[in-house]
Design a protein around this ligand. Structure first.
Ligand code: EPU
Length: 421
């Protein structure tokens, strides 16, 4: 296991290039299961989750090759239909294979994901949608076993907008008989990216990015060739780093318009953000000390839960009191105890964290509990006085590509070391 050692309080300055979005790359890789042939996905980040997804596709009989920046997936022969416990427990996005497998082969056996570090995260809405489309679903020994002849379109209403749920059903519906209408669908940019990839394969999808999506099923799809959108959470993490370190960062190859809610909150707290290069880059200048701002996480286009921990870290050194409400996941405050070890003054009641700004954080040994908590600890360590050591770095490697290299290029002093913990 690795740890990251950070010497904080450097004013970070320079250029960062954003990688492809993990949460868009994973579903688009899965979409390749819908067609027979060689699929090419460009701008796929080199991440632990991408490797896990590659393993899962190989497990299903696909060929998988990762070349720098792209994944090549051959889906001519699919021999398996199982997503085993080992893979699902390391990466919940594995559940995305249910819809495509059912649609293409009529059978899927997928380990039911348990709870995880950020909440219970059930998949009842994915299964409800597939049942409505005619799938028979059983639970045996912790596995969801889904079978169908040909899925048929229906009207599917999601009680809660679910990102991977919308993606799962959108993929299944692309090859179903008739029209599927998704109501209260997720509107995240990653859903739109998947819809664009599916449309290029020949799917008939209207309304992605809005709350009602209509999918007219077709009899077959062609293999995909698609370039993934920039990672809005990586972009947001670097903007927050600029805010935390009083830095001056030029963030390139990004989509500022995918981060409107965060940009508004960062600007209000004193971070100067200029979008440039035709909405493909932005410049973020941090203030001496940020002002306190409240946030409430919401489905897109609301403030993203995936940026809550990093924003809270910034608020921990603000000049006031900030209220942070987490409404998406019930257990996404695990980073709080760690940031408190660095001197932050935060109390939690229910889903609300009250952050009373302190003048500075101090370096400490801290433990990463999930991917975005790890990112928040990096933000904290970069702004803190002295040395911060982040243990359990494997969480970070699931979602941030070449993070130390990118941080060093803007002047951070960071070192990855083997950990004995
Ligand atoms: N939910 C249900 N039933 C379902 C599905 C979801 O009750 O069948 C609930 C969840 O428990 C949660 C809410 O609905 O309270 C929204 O969850 P959603 O399904 O949208 O989350 P997800 O699809 O499992 C994706 C991202 C997460 C991101 C969330 C919210 C991927 C692979 N994962 O998860 O990303 O936090 O949407 O935006 O796209 C991360 O990258 O660190 C990460 C956790």
């Amino acid at each position: 296991m690795d740890k990251l050692v950070i010497q904080g309080r450097k004013r970070l300055k320079g250029e960062v290039k954003i990688s492809g979005a993990k949460n868009a790359a994973l579903p688009v890789m899965v979409a390749s299961l819908l067609a027979s042939g060689e699929n090419v996905v460009n701008r796929v980040p080199n991440l632990a989750d991408v490797k896990t997804m590659g393993k899962l596709l190989v497990n299903l009989g696909a060929g998988f090759r990762y070349e720098p920046g792209r994944a090549v997936i051959n889906t001519e022969k699919l021999v398996g239909y199982t997503a085993p416990y080992d893979l699902v427990k390391t990466m919940r996005a594995s559940v995305l294979v249910i819809g495509p497998l059912l649609a293409r082969t009529g059978m899927a056996k997928v380990s039911l994901p348990g709870g995880c570090a950020i909440g219970a995260r059930p998949i009842n809405l994915h299964l409800m949608g597939l049942k409505k489309m005619g799938a028979e679903i059983d639970l045996e020994e912790g596995y969801v076993i889904a079978r169908c002849k040909r899925l048929r379109g229906d009207v599917i209403y999601f009680d809660i907008p679910t990102v991977t749920g919308t993606e799962n059903i959108m993929m299944a519906a692309s090859l179903a008989e008739g029209t599927t209408i998704l109501e209260n669908a997720a509107k995240e940019p990653e859903v739109v990216d998947l819809a664009n990839a599916l449309s290029a394969m020949g799917a008939k999808i209207r309304g992605a990015g809005e709350s009602i999506i209509e999918i007219k099923g077709v009899n077959g799809l062609r293999p995909l060739s698609h370039t993934i959108i920039p990672d809005r959470v990586e972009t947001g993490t670097f903007m927050t780093i600029a805010g935390m370190t009083g830095g001056d960062l030029l963030i390139k190859d990004c989509r500022p318009d995918h981060n409107d809610a965060l940009i508004t909150k960062l600007r209000e707290s004193g971070v100067i953000i200029e979008t440039m290069e035709n909405n493909t880059a932005l410049r973020a200048f941090g203030p001496d000390r940020p002002s306190a701002r409240d946030i409430k996480t919401m489905p897109y286009p609301g403030f993203p839960t995936d940026m809550q921990a990093q924003f809270m870290t910034l608020m921990s050194i603000s000049n006031g009191t900030s209220t942070i409400r987490e409404t998406i996941f019930e257990n996404r405050f695990m980073h709080v105890a760690e940031i408190k070890r660095m001197g932050a003054d935060i109390s939690i009641e229910g889903g609300i964290a009250t952050v009373r700004g302190v003048t500075k954080l101090k370096g400490a040994d801290v433990m990463a509990t999930d991917l975005r908590a790890s990112a928040s600890l990096i933000v904290a360590g970069l702004g803190a006085e002295g040395k911060t050591t982040i243990h359990r770095l494997y969480h970070l490697d699931r979602g941030y590509e070449r993070i130390e290299e990118k941080l060093r290029a803007i002047g951070a002093v960071v070192d990855r070391q083997r950990d004995v913990l």
